[in-house]
Design a protein around this ligand. Structure first.
Ligand code: G1P
Length: 286
């Protein structure tokens, strides 16, 4: 059973400066809900019970977001805004949260390794809140199903065009059935020439605890950072390792364009202003 999800949230968010000077990038909202809440709700609906946030300096807003806010709750109660009160309380009761600090931003692999003690000796999920997936079945749940069938680590895959391969980890794999690949190798952010395929890793992983030993041995790679992809590559070379081309719509909210598309997508799902917003968007189409 996969009970815990690790959320690396210590990144500096430089791509979204100045918005992220004082606000963690994970707290940027799609309409009115921060990115991190979308991914925590995804984990919850896949049966995950504990969120391990690997955090760092300037990320206190994330802790406050998942905590009780008694002054706010009191104020909403006295002004009889009961729906909002429920909404706000729900977040603090959503999931059990554990915090560990990364200290230095030495890479995604380093962040995941910091969660070793909190995870212990059990399989676990890693969820990157930059990647938002809108799906009928939660994306991480789709991976957990494959993990349970094959009893081996699983990562989320998406086919990307040539011009995007250098933004992702890219895998080499053999198709074992519709939408499922056995992974043989992977490269972190390769050039088009180096890329072994067009299948990119999206930020959802189900890993086994042996990844921690691999991470302890992983030297700095691409960009001088300890890359999760490099540790997973070793695992895939040594034993079974799977990739799932998940169903659902993916938004790369680590890029401004991806973020804007996600805002429009989630805004159009809201009954309260869908029609008016659509009318507005139509006025922009030439
Ligand atoms: C990380 C991983 C990369 C993966 C990507 C998905 O990169 O290192 O392999 O494809 O997430 O979002 P980052 O976006 O953190 O640079």
């Amino acid at each position: 059973m996969v009970r815990k999800a690790v959320y690396p949230v210590a990144g500096l968010g430089t791509r979204f400066l100045p918005a992220t000077k004082a606000v963690p990038k994970e707290m940027l909202p799609l309409v009115d809900k921060p990115l991190i809440q979308y991914t925590v709700e995804e984990a919850l609906s896949a049966g995950i019970e504990v969120a391990v946030f690997v955090t760092g300096r300037g990320k206190r807003a994330i802790e406050d977001h998942f905590d009780r806010a008694w002054e706010l709750e009191h104020s909403l109660e006295s002004s009889n805004k009961l729906e909002l009160l429920e909404e706000v309380k729900k977040i603090s009761e959503m999931i059990e949260v554990v915090y560990v600090r990364q200290g230095m931003p030495l890479g995604l692999g380093h962040a995941v390794l910091r969660a070793k003690e909190a995870v212990g000796d059990e399989p676990f999920a890693v969820i990157l809140s930059d990647d938002i997936v809108d799906a009928d079945k939660p994306c991480i749940g789709q991976l957990i199903e494959v993990y349970e069938r094959f009893n081996a680590p699983v990562i989320a895959l998406k086919r990307v065009p040539d011009e995007e391969v250098s933004r992702y980890g890219i895998v080499k794999g053999v198709k074992v059935e519709e939408g499922i690949f056995r992974i043989e190798d992977m490269v972190e952010k390769p050039s088009v020439e180096e890329a072994p395929s067009n299948y990119a890793i999206v930020g959802r992983y189900v890993l086994t605890p042996d990844v921690f030993e691999k991470l302890e041995k992983t030297r700095p790679g691409k960009g001088g950072e300890i890359q999760l992809t490099d540790a997973l590559r070793e695992m895939a070379r040594e034993g079974p390792f799977y990739g799932v081309v998940f169903e659902g719509e993916h938004f790369d909210c680590g890029s401004k364009l991806g973020f804007l598309k996600a805002v429009v997508h989630f805004a159009l799902k809201r009954d309260e202003f869908r029609m008016e917003f659509l009318d507005y968007l139509r006025t922009l189409v030439i």
